[in-house]
Design a protein around this ligand. Structure first.
Ligand code: NDP
Ligand code: HSE
Length: 428
């Protein structure tokens, strides 16, 4: 195994506690032979022979005694070089590295296919939730039309606690980090990038296509304030960081952004580091998977599932015969990802304006000029010469039209701060 951090520690605990069961399930013993780390001197509380810890990760991927390499170090390099080296040595690979698969998955999948090895990446999408297995085998006989849900534990943990406790963003992020949920750079979580990595992987697998990561629309949760959360509550809505991969005319939608969804929607009650994914299929209709989306134990469980799956194939035959992306790469093409500007939503808009006569008329006028119809309006507080928040919700509008209206307002003295725009998905 390469990496002995939050996830790696969980894997060590799991293999220590499940030795007998794993032997029974595989029919062979599966031994954690060596672990590579960055700093050998770091104190670790898990039970593992110190002599089997190395700072030379390449000694693992070239060790002829090792059959399966588990990569849980993260990042693009040297993870990519290590994985490719492992594959070139005929080793099967299990990874939790969604960053790498979203950015350079095609190279990895191609090496896996030509090297005739297995690739397990269940842990890369939504922690313990078996979404990769669901797409790759359970729904392999169906056509998946949409996958939508909450796929970042840290972001959901932050939004949930902001909603229930009204605590500030940064304080909650620190807790998410100390609980082992966050990426080593937490900007990946809060800026929506981690969710987008997962959307790209799921879309590629479910729709049999390669997905250019640069075309996935990404918006994070950093501009959401407790005020937005309480306003959403007044409208009977809740804010969640939604990830969507969907077939549409001429291509697919692949997007990540905060969305206001009805409080009665099942995703609205998925809290903490839990993730939930709705899969809509042609025949199987709507199915939902819910579970812990981050953290040591849940992610280790997904890793161990992949290791055991591969170990069983090694023990019984058939290892190296599974195309990692369900269909062979030669049958896949890149699909066009629809631009967000071509989509239509209802919107929540929070303007910071000075409280003087005529301002509301100007806001309504700018939106009206682009054919955007206002559904409701709330003004919070009234302080002489102080900025006030005006919240408008709109009926369905084209994103491109709304952006043009907001751009026009930016060039006036009406808005005293950037406008907060949150998409409303009542039929999420
Ligand atoms: P951590 O930062 O906790 O751990 C990273 C580990 O990698 C550390 O043990 C570190 O060593 C080791 N490492 C870093 N660089 C090297 C190197 N050059 N050579 C050898 N070892 C190295 O990360 P996580 O465990 O949280 O995440 C690991 C992977 O799992 C990432 O890809 C992440 O995206 C993914 N993931 C994480 C989840 C989570 O809940 N945390 C859930 C699902 C996926 P040292 O200990 O000496 O610093
Ligand atoms: N940082 C990720 C999250 C880990 O919070 O969801 C699980 O992929």
């Amino acid at each position: 195994m390469i990496g002995f951090g939050a996830v790696g520690s969980g894997v060590v605990n799991l293999f220590n506690n499940m030795t007998r069961e794993i032997f029974e399930r595989v029919g062979l013993s599966v031994e954690l032979v060596k672990i590579a780390v960055r700093n050998k001197g770091k104190k670790r509380s898990q039970i593992f022979d110190k002599n089997k810890i190395t700072e030379d990760a390449f000694s693992i991927v070239t060790d002829p005694e090792i059959d399966i390499v588990v990569e849980v170090m993260g990042g693009e390099e040297p993870a990519m070089a290590l994985i490719l080296k492992a594959i070139s040595q005929g080793k099967h690979v299990v990874t939790a590295n969604k960053h790498l698969l979203a950015m350079r998955g095609e190279e990895v999948y191609s090496a896996v296919e030509s090297g005739e090895v297995e690739l397990g990446f269940e842990a890369a999408v939504a922690g313990a939730i078996p979404i990769v297995r669901a797409i790759r085998s359970a729904f392999a006989g169906d056509r998946i039309d949409m996958i939508q849900g909450i796929v970042n534990g840290t972001g959901n943990y932050i939004l949930s606690r902001m909603t229930s406790e009204g605590k500030p963003f940064n304080e909650i992020l620190k807790d998410a980090q100390s609980l082992g949920y966050a990426e080593s750079d937490p900007a990946f979580d809060i800026e929506g990038i981690d969710s987008a990595h997962k959307v790209a992987i799921m879309a590629a697998l479910a729709f049999g296509t390669s997905v250019n990561f640069g075309s996935v629309f990404i918006e994070g949760i950093t501009s959401i304030t407790p005020d937005d959360i309480s306003m959403a509550r007044e409208f009977g809505l809740k804010i969640k960081l939604l990830a969507t991969a969907k077939r549409c005319e001429g291509g697919i939608e692949a997007r990540v952004h905060p969305a206001m969804i009805p409080q009665s929607h099942f995703l609205a009650s998925v809290n903490g580091a839990y993730n939930a994914i709705e899969i809509i299929c042609d025949n199987a209709a709507k199915n939902v998977l819910i579970g812990p989306g981050a953290g040591s134990g849940p992610t280790a469980s997904a890793i161990a599932g992949d290791v055991i799956d591969i170990a069983c194939k090694i023990a019984r035959g058939g290892a190296g015969k599974t195309p990692p992306m369900l269909i062979p790469l030669e049958l896949r093409n890149e699909t066009k990802v629809k631009a967000i500007s071509d989509m239509v939503f209802e919107y929540y808009l929070r303007f910071t304006v000075s409280d003087r006569p005529g301002i509301l008329a100007k806001l309504a006028g700018a939106l009206g000029e682009k054919g955007i119809s206002i559904a409701s309006m709330i003004q919070r507080g009234r302080q002489e010469n102080e900025p006030v928040s005006v919240v408008l919700t709109t009926h369905s509008a084209a994103e491109a039209d709304l952006d043009m209206a907001l751009e026009q307002l930016k060039d006036t003295d009406i808005c005293l701060a950037p406008v907060t725009k949150i998409r409303i998905q009542k039929d999420a």
